[in-house]
Design a protein around this ligand. Structure first.
Ligand code: HEC
Ligand code: HEC
Length: 288
C-alpha cells in the first residue's frame, strides 16, 4: 500500500457517477495506430470491446505522473483532476477516456496546451505516459474500481498524534475547531469518506461547494467582485452578486485577486505525509 508514497490517499477514490462513465469508456481505436506500451490482457473481439480494453495503470508511473500533474496541471484541473479554476474535468474528458498509454493525451498536449511551467509541447514521451497513468488512475478511482480503494484500511492512525498535528504543524486550527465547524464530523462520515473530505473538501470544482471569489479591478473603472466562472491568461469572467455574467480581457493595468476557500486544502496535498493523514483521520473520527 505504501508504494503510493505520502499521498497514497490520492488513490482512495472519489465517489461518483458510474453509468455515464462506463458508457463513455467504450473503446475507440487510437488514431495514431501506435501499439500500446503494455498490451491489454484478454483476447477476442468481445473481450476487447469490454473491460479488457483498458489502460492498465502502472503504479510507479502514476506516482511520477502525479508529480508532473502537481507541477503543471493542478492549478487549472484541480487536485482530483475533476476540474478546477479554468480547467475542465479530466476524469470525464473523452481525450483521457479514449487514451491508451498517452495515445490521445500526448497529441493533445503536443499541440501546445498551456501549463503552469514548461510548455506541454516540450514534454517527453515518458512524461506523457506517466501523466496518462496518473490520469487513468484518477478515472479508476472515480469508478471505485481501484483495488486500493477496497483494501485500504484508513483507521490505522494515532488520534493523539493527529490532534497534535491538527493544532500544530498542520495548521488546521486556523480555520477549524472540534467544537465548532468540525463538531460531530466523525459521526457524519465513514472513515474513508472523512479522509476523502479533508483531502479534497471541494466536492466538484465549480459545481457545488463554496465558490472561488474573484475581484477584478480595471485600470479606470470600479472593482467588480463575484464568483469566478473561468480564468486564463487572456480573460477572466465572473458572475456578480446580481447573477450577471461579466468578462474582462486581462490587459495591462487590470488587477485580479482570487480567493479560493479551498486553497489551504490544495496546498495540504503537497505537504501531508501518510502518517499525518492516517493520524488526522483517526483524530477526526473521534469527533462524534
Ligand atoms: C492554465 C490552465 C491549464 C493548465 C495549467 C492545464 N490545463 Fe488542461 N485544459 C485547460 C482548459 C481551459 C481546458 C479546456 C479547453 C481546451 O480543451 O483547451 C483544458 C483541457 C484539457 C484536456 C482536454 C479535456 C477535454 O477532453 O476536453 C486535457 C486532456 C488536459 N487539459 C490536460 C492537461 C494536462 C495533462 C495538464 C498538465 C500537463 C494541463 N491540462 C494543464 C486549462 C489548463
Ligand atoms: C485556510 C482555511 C483552512 C485550513 C487551514 C484548513 N481547512 Fe479544512 N476546510 C476549509 C474549508 C473552506 C472547507 C470547506 C467547508 C465547506 O465547503 O463547507 C474545509 C473542509 C474541511 C473538512 C470537511 C468538513 C465537512 O463537513 O465536509 C474537513 C474534515 C477539514 N476541512 C479538515 C481540515 C484539516 C484536518 C485541516 C488541517 C490539515 C484543514 N482542514 C485545514 C478551510 C480550511
Amino acid at each position: 500500500m505504501r508504494k503510493f508514497g505520502k499521498n497514497c490517499a490520492l488513490a482512495t477514490g472519489m465517489l461518483a457517477l458510474t453509468a455515464t462513465l462506463s458508457l463513455a469508456q467504450a473503446p475507440v481505436a487510437s488514431p495514431t495506430g501506435k501499439p500500446p506500451r503494455k498490451a491489454p490482457t484478454g483476447g477476442g473481439l468481445l473481450a476487447q470491446a469490454g473491460s479488457a480494453d483498458k489502460h492498465i495503470v502502472d503504479a510507479d508511473a502514476a506516482e511520477r505522473g502525479k508529480k508532473t500533474y502537481i507541477q503543471e496541471c493542478i492549478t487549472c484541473h484541480g487536485p482530483t483532476a475533476r476540474g478546477g479554476q479554468g480547467g475542465s474535468d479530466l476524469v470525464r474528458s473523452l481525450v483521457v477516456l479514449h487514451d491508451r498509454y498517452g495515445s490521445e493525451i500526448g497529441p493533445f498536449l503536443k499541440k501546445g496546451h498551456q501549463t503552469q511551467g514548461s510548455p506541454a509541447a516540450r514534454f517527453s514521451q515518458d512524461k506523457i505516459e506517466d501523466l496518462a497513468d496518473f490520469l487513468h488512475l484518477k478515472v479508476g478511482d472515480t469508478l471505485r474500481t481501484s483495488p486500493l480503494f477496497r483494501s485500504q484500511n484508513v483507521l490505522i492512525g494515532d488520534a493523539k498524534a493527529g490532534q497534535a498535528w491538527f493544532n500544530g504543524e498542520g495548521k488546521c486550527s486556523q480555520c477549524h475547531s472540534p467544537a465548532g465547524n468540525l463538531k460531530g464530523v466523525g459521526g457524519k462520515y465513514e472513515a474513508i469518506d472523512l479522509q476523502q473530505r479533508f483531502l479534497f473538501p471541494k466536492p466538484n470544482f465549480g459545481r457545488g461547494g463554496k465558490p472561488t471569489v474573484v475581484t477584478v479591478t480595471p485600470a479606470t473603472a470600479p472593482a467588480v467582485t463575484g464568483n469566478l466562472v473561468q480564468m486564463d491568461d487572456f480573460n477572466v469572467s465572473l458572475r456578480d452578486a446580481d447573477g450577471e455574467y461579466r468578462s474582462f480581457a486581462r490587459v495591462a493595468g487590470l488587477k485580479v485577486k482570487v480567493d479560493d476557500p479551498y486553497a489551504a486544502h490544495i496546498e495540504l496535498l503537497d505537504r501531508i505525509t501518510d502518517k499525518n493523514m492516517h493520524d488526522i483521520t483517526a483524530y477526526l473520527e473521534t469527533l462524534k
